[in-house]
Write a protein that binds this ligand. Structure first.
Ligand SMILES: Cc1ncc(C[n+]2csc(CCOP(=O)(O)OP(=O)(O)O)c2C)c(N)n1
Length: 658
């Protein structure tokens, strides 16, 4: 061990020692409590303390850290009151997730820590977003994010490293190479000598650091951090260390060769550092004993506090009200001037006006800058708002959605354009796991709009035609909006941006250039959860959204004798059940039409809701018209056969005749 005496005081040397001790001694206590069944799972970081403690000590308290499951030292070095950590692990109210998530799965803005979600790799993309927030705010701050060696095999890691390099984001990407990912040794995880070598491929600086040497960790990270604060860029750090215990406590270490464990035991970061400090004359037995007594006392006092805390009682209303951040819709309408424009123009105009309304709103997507996006929605935006806010992204949906979440954590709104809604499958995980669950888990809103150019009828085949709203309507925590007209599209998009919750905004491509309407030229908003009743009648209720609204209008225009309520849902989550039920109570018959294939779609749920809530008034079983149970095909004849459009008229007439 060497120490640069000029830059590091004895107090700091002892502080690092005590910080590692705190982490180790809490763990030792937790292992006892685990055996007594007083806490749930435990992922041990014993032997790896130098990394979490060294990195956290090298950053300033207002710089974000995104730790993983073995990084207790990040939490303790940030001085989170221990009783709050203990309450978190017992699922109590003084924890950070009110019993909604376990162990280290939480974040806290108070301590600038963004804890993991289970999926490991996406954490790197979130760090990109936070770093982008730092760049946009020009605050010269950096952030650090952790992963294990196993996590580096995930595509998300590659995407995030690439973005960080292309965008020169000031992130310390910390890989703790501890030899194993669950039971898998690194020889079966990757085929290169050092993970740090991968940085070359991203055009990124990297370092290999002895992860069991707290001084090396601290001193190197301090100096790298100083440089990248001044000259923003990412750096990849591979910390060589070892996982001394099982993946989690119940799983053991049978599969780890004993000599490996023994070899690394001799490199224990705390024991060796203790010897070093003693030899240097910085630490002696009396200080050591005092530290240990203070820590034991602190652990026991705080444990008592958390054990004495009441067990949370379940409260349904509270849980249901904690899925979305409350948002008070504000109706805004400026000016009476109308202009007849296409659906695509309404979205483009609406988005541009959102950019003007929100000075820091950022749009991210593929080819959206100079090229204007494949549908030309953002044409001319770069000229008006600049490349900082209109960001072309590499082809990496997952890390970009994760980055949007990171931006939101740093208080910045964003809109992400999926080039085609179909490609959202590559960004599915961060939407349903990061964005959707964030507010419920730890009260952190995910202020992100995902624009989804979707839908068939254009002969674009199975990968460019899907309308995949059902992938999201079934996930609590996401709002889903699906306008059918230019006026609605513009006003609802404004509300989607104003709403601090994640919104999936579906735009049917076949409507882009075919549907026109008089639309206010100025900025305005429209509320979510209010369906539009486009036609009124007495004999049947037709419920539609997106392009299917126009299918229904066509059928009703052709069959003027049909007396129908036509409901355009406009937003699917929240769903305007009140309008649906009121109409079905009146007509006694309902038909729901969706463009997606039938099974598991929104029509099925609306049908169930009608049966459950309007059964007494129904004169016939609710009918669903949807597309065939195949992928959506390419050539016209096949696509026409697939789409429910051609079956709508017949289904409607047969329902009326029942
Ligand atoms: C996407 C995903 N796949 C699998 C898992 C299950 N899992 C949790 S941790 C882990 C091992 C991670 O290994 P590594 O990244 O090396 O970190 P370590 O546990 O060694 O610190 C696995 C497989 C997961 N959480 N997420």
């Amino acid at each position: 061990m060497t120490v640069d005496q000029k830059n590091i005081s004895s107090e700091k040397l002892l502080e690092l020692y005590k910080a590692m001790l705190v982490s180790r001694m809490i763990e030792e206590k937790m292992l006892i409590l685990l055996r007594q069944g007083k806490i749930s799972k435990w992922f041990s970081g014993i032997g790896q303390e130098a990394i979490a403690v060294g990195v956290t000590s090298a950053l300033s308290a207002d710089e974000y850290i995104l730790p993983m499951h073995r990084n207790l030292g990040v939490f303790t070095t940030r001085n989170i009151p221990l009783h709050r950590l203990f309450s978190q692990w017992q699922g109590k109210a003084n924890g950070f997730t009110k019993g909604r998530d376990r162990s280290f799965h939480f974040g806290t803005q108070e301590f600038n820590i963004i804890g993991m979600i289970s999926h490991l790799g996406p954490q790197f993309g979130v760090a990109d977003g936070i770093a982008l927030g730092n760049i946009l705010k020009k605050n010269n701050k950096i952030c650090a994010v952790f992963t294990g060696d196993g996590g580096t095999s995930e595509g998300d890691i590659h995407e995030a490293l690439n973005i960080a390099s292309v965008w020169s984001l000031p992130v310390l990407f910390c890989i703790e190479n501890n030899g194993y990912g669950l039971s898998t040794p690194i020889s079966e995880q990757f085929n290169c000598e050092h993970l740090a070598d991968r940085a070359k491929g991203y055009g990124m600086e990297s370092h290999i650091i002895d992860g069991n040497n707290v001084l090396e960790v601290y001193q190197k990270v301090v100096s790298i951090a100083e440089r990248i604060r001044k000259e923003p860029r990412p750096v990849l750090l591979e910390f060589k260390t070892f996982r001394m215990r099982g993946h989690e406590e119940a799983s053991g270490t049978k599969y780890v060769p004993k000599d490996l464990i023994d070899g690394w035991a001799a490199k224990d970061p705390i024991e060796n550092y203790q010897k070093f400090l003693t030899n240097e004359g910085v630490l002696n037995k009396s200080i050591d004993d005092r530290y240990k007594a203070e820590i034991i006392n602190e652990i026991n006092t705080n444990l008592e506090l958390s054990f004495n805390e009441e067990i949370l009682t379940s409260n349904k209303t509270n849980e249901l009200n904690s899925v979305f951040k409350s948002f008070e819709y504000q109706e805004i309408k400026k000016g009476d001037e109308l202009k007849n424009i296409r659906f695509v123009d309404a979205i483009s105009q609406g988005l541009k006006q959102c950019m003007q309304q929100h000075d820091d709103l950022v749009i991210m997507g593929q080819d959206i800058a100079e090229y204007g996006g494949v549908f030309k929605i953002t044409e001319g935006f770069v000229e008006e708002f600049g490349k900082e806010r209109i960001r072309n992204t590499p082809i990496c949906e997952s890390a970009i959605v994760a980055a949007a979440y990171g931006l939101s954590i740093s208080g910045i709104k964003s809109v992400v354009e999926m080039q085609f809604a179909d490609f959202v499958s590559s960004g599915f995980n961060p939407i349903v796991n990061l964005l959707a669950k964030s507010y419920y888990r730890w009260n952190q809103p995910a202020d992100v709009v995902i624009r989804m150019p979707c839908g068939g009828g254009l002969g674009a085949g199975p990968f460019h035609s899907q309308t995949n709203e059902a992938w999201f309507t079934k996930t609590p925590g996401l709002k889903v909006v699906y306008p059918a007209f230019p006026y609605d599209a513009k006003g609802l998009l404004a509300t989607a941006v104003n709403d601090p919750n994640p919104v999936l905004f579906f735009e049917h491509k076949a409507l882009y250039r075919t549907i026109r309407q008089d639309v206010p030229t100025e900025y305005y908003t429209l509320p979510f959860g209010e369906a539009a009743v486009l036609k009124t009648g007495n004999d049947v209720t037709i419920i539609a959204f997106g392009a299917t609204v126009h299918w229904a209008l066509e059928v009703l225009e052709k069959n003027t004798d049909i007396s129908a309520d036509l409901i355009d849902l406009r937003s699917l989550q929240p769903l305007d059940t009140e309008t649906i039920f009121a109409s079905v109570h009146k007509t006694g018959k309902a038909l729901i039409v969706q463009e997606d294939s039938l099974f598991g779609g929104l029509a099925s749920d609306i049908s169930a809701l009608i049966h459950e809530n309007c059964f007494e008034n129904l004169d016939a079983a609710v009918q669903r018209v949807a597309s065939m149970e195949t992928p959506i095909p390419f050539i016209n004849q096949l696509e026409e056969q697939y789409l429910g459009k051609n079956r709508l008229e017949e289904a409607l007439k047969s329902l009326l005749n029942y």
